[in-house]
Design a protein around this ligand. Structure first.
Ligand SMILES: Nc1ncnc2c1ncn2[C@@H]1O[C@H](COP(=O)(O)OP(=O)(O)OP(=O)(O)O)[C@@H](O)[C@H]1O
Ligand SMILES: [Mg+2]
Length: 271
């Protein structure tokens, strides 16, 4: 059954649970809203912040939500999707994002990155927000580079706001002795929680409503099962709910009942 036809089977304008969700359409559960508030605090204070959470918990989505509301004439977001580019890479990314050609020698490159960051704030009156996603992949040498950058103004103020986003192991990595100096500079840490069952139910309703259907689509016991298999994690819940919808449509049901949820779970947990 094609995506368009199973969506229309339920009276939906398109398939729900897609990845390309606009910031204004995001589901604002409490932990998400708290993460967004912390990110705004980091930006406002030019501080360093850490957001952790399990795979698919909604970390990147929270960053997108928070940065989408910033005035682009006053802020410059440098987003590093994956830091697995070795040393030099951090400075090269910053220099390029600020419109310059990276210098070759490492020592010069670092000074260049620092100068550009300072100029952005002092001359262009724009605040740089350096977001490093998948930050649990940062190598020790890269964390050291980050520490050196935050040191630029002899500790009086940081020339940028920094956000490290990653899996829960990130906190442990930062706590290791050698990074104590960086760890102490972290002004806020937040762990994005999984959804509870009430939030999972509201999440499902929210996405279905975005596709134009206000009446219930998932039976309560089906919701409970999908929530359990997803551990309350949005990405996993998207997948489970989609599989359940396809199962229901292929059986010509107009509601996802527990039998459909069971099928979806079996499909997703199959080895
Ligand atoms: N607040 C939300 N509103 C709507 N959908 C959400 C929300 N949070 C998460 N999602 C959905 O869950 C998916 C996964 O979220 P996201 O990519 O932010 O997870 P993550 O924590 O960054 O995962 P990873 O550790 O794999 O990078 C998103 O693509 C989106 O479909
Ligand atoms: Mg992510």
């Amino acid at each position: 059954m094609s995506a368009a036809s199973w969506a229309s089977h339920f009276g939906l304008s398109r398939t729900p649970f897609g990845k390309a969700i606009a910031p204004k359409d995001l589901f604002s559960r409490q932990s998400h809203a708290e993460a967004v508030a912390r990110i705004h605090f980091v930006v406002l204070e030019s501080a360093l912040g850490v957001i952790t959470g399990d795979v698919g918990a909604g970390k990147t989505v929270a960053v997108r939500a928070a940065t989408s509301t910033l005035d682009p004439t006053r802020h410059q977001v440098i987003y590093i999707a994956n830091p697995a580019f070795g040393t030099r890479g951090l400075y090269v990314t910053i220099v390029r994002a600020l419109g310059a050609e990276p210098r070759y020698l490492k020592a010069e490159l670092m000074a260049q990155a620092q100068d550009l960051l300072a100029a952005e704030e002092e001359e262009r009156h724009r605040k740089v927000i350096l977001v490093c996603d998948e930050a649990h992949l940062l190598e020790p040498a890269q964390l050291e580079e980050l520490r050196l950058l935050t040191n630029a103004h002899m500790d009086s103020s940081s020339p940028f706001a920094g956000l490290l986003v990653g899996q829960p192991t990130l906190n442990r990595q930062l706590r290791m002795g050698t990074f104590a100096a960086l760890d102490q500079r972290i002004a806020t840490r937040f762990s994005l929680k999984a959804m509870d069952i009430g939030e999972s139910a509201a999440y499902l309703r929210h996405h279905v409503a975005l596709c134009g259907r206000d009446s219930p689509l998932f039976a309560d016991d089906a919701i409970a099962r999908l929530h359990r298999v997803a551990n309350g994690l949005p990405r996993m819940l998207n997948n489970a709910a989609t599989a359940a919808l396809i199962a229901a449509a292929s059986e010509n049901k107009d509601l996802v009942d527990d039998a459909c949820a069971k099928k979806a779970v079996a499909e997703l947990t199959r080895d």
